[in-house]
Design a protein around this ligand. Sequence first.
Ligand code: PRX
Length: 654
Amino acid sequence: MSETTQATGRTFTPPAELAAQANVGPEIYDEAARDRLSFWADAAHRLTWDREWDTVLDWSNPPFAKWFVGGRLNVAYNCVDRHVEAGHGEQVAYHWEGEPGDTRTLTYAQLKDEVCRAANALTELGVTAGDRVAIYLPMIPEAVVSMLACARIGAVHMVVFGGFSADALASRITDAGAQVVITADGGYRRGAPSALKPAVDDAVSRVEGVRHVLVVKRTEQDVEWDDSRDLWWHDVVGRQSAEHTCEFFDAEHPLYIMYTSGTTAKPKGILHTSGGYLTQVAYTHWATFDLKPDPDVYWTAADVGWVTGHSYIAYGPLANRATSVMYEGTPETPHRGRWFELIEKYRVTILYTAPTVIRTFMKWGEDVPAGFDLSSLRLLGSVGEPINPEAWLWYHEHIGGGRCPIMDTWWQTETGAHMLTPLPGVTTLQPGSAQHPFPGISAKVVDDEGNELGDDSTGLLVLTEPWPSMLRTIWGDDDRYVDTYWSRFGTDVYFAGDGAKKDADGNIWLLGRVDDVMNVSGHRISTTEVESSLVGHPTVAEAAVVGASDPTTGQGIVAFVILRGNAEAQGEGASGDELVQTLKTHVAKDIGPIAKPRQIMVVQELPKTRSGKIMRRLLRDIAENRELGDVTTLTDSSVMNMIKDKLPAAPSED
Ligand code: PRX
């Protein structure tokens, strides 16, 4: 049993004051269990609909779900206009802070004006409902404004994380068929301006069909300019009217596509739609974080380019009229106390982040948070990977002051919103466990044949009922959607790809991916994608990639490569080190810096089964410096000795 799944013996009951005033109490589980669909219908009633639905769920053609069939709404109206109409226009929607320390405050009224201007601008550029718009921006308010402007006119946004390469951007633009790209000259990262426009220029020059590139001025860097295509945001959006009458769209109207890594080299375009998605992100945000729109200051410290940012920086908090903090930069710039300084400055009450950040803070030491007033915090959240109990306890004590419950939320790009989590006013917390399905969600742990396992057993996590914010398909590839998620146990059981253990008390502990997907700092990266990037380099004949456990990032990418004949000599000595560096840079350029291998080992052979499948388990053992597992199914067990001979005494990092 890994440390992640080990109960500490310590439990934490909900703080009495919080429990007494919590948005949801224990009865919610029974209510949802009694009638799941009317529970979700009640949650949908928290939104404003132009036309009520006829049917809550149509599951007549599994696994293709339709929620709130016949209902009509506008997502942007729900996130912005209705709060202004209800007299909350002066409430702050975002306290935005740039990395250099510049700030912007956006009230709901100002956000509404900006969204309307951007919606008018997109319309002027010929964007209509159903068209796809690519967004490649730093963490600046225009990212959220662009998303909402798309939603307002029924266009489908496709945000690409600013850390991805031109290649990754180009393939996503092509797959989604985007005709407009919204970007910036650059953004601030680690104390310096980091350019974005060159990657867009490169990507757009290689794809068909991009008519316009709308560029936000952020860093004032010099940019190349193509008059036939490029437009400044401040020109085009700036001159628009702040009046825009929104249309209402079908509940199943597509809202966005978000690409995520799967087990093949080609990322999957996860499609989310409107009514069900907004219902579940808004409801979970309200219930899991006990969000109170007025006193709370809420902060999801993540990038808007990931699903966490979509659901819990943009849509959930805005639908709930939250006041949020949005921060452009990295936690260590200009100093390691930057996040804590922001918590103190804005009196943040709820902080939601990833375990990898907590482990980094642990490395830096408890003195850093101790130097700031964090007494405003009342609740904490964790997402992206299993949080090991040690990190949980450190987060609880040194950031939460021992008084803030921690919500360990398990979910995925595909699920759209929280699926397993404790509830702050209800659950006795077990550090390291995501504990229970959210009310209205059916999750089970099953064996390889799909039989449900009892308590105290280990198997695979599945979801056995459709849920409102579920993905509807993979963009342009219904077959892959069915194959990937709904074929292992039939078309009504969703296979999540995660191993899970149920303890004797029925708590669920996540054990990490069971497929060839790595989790590096909470980001999903496919082993196959990195392998195909490596073999795309002229010196590499074959590559095998594994995710080896890493004390800070959860997993680190370790690659084993066999060189082509003519490159082999370079694998030795000093030129070998250079080659390794070249390959690391090649992957970072190809996919993005997050996919850069931590370590690359040049080897003569790779361990394979008789059917030719690479034995990643053995490579992982090597990468983690563990005793080797069973090697009897290898074609040639001396292969492992050859690999071991190649290993440095201790794996080096850089
Ligand atoms: O393996 C699980 C892990 O992250 C995967 C989903 O990654 P992604 O789609 O990028 O979404 C991340 C943000 C929602 C899952 O299959 N994961 C996410 N949250 C947790 C987690 N593993 C354990 N505990 C969590 N709380």
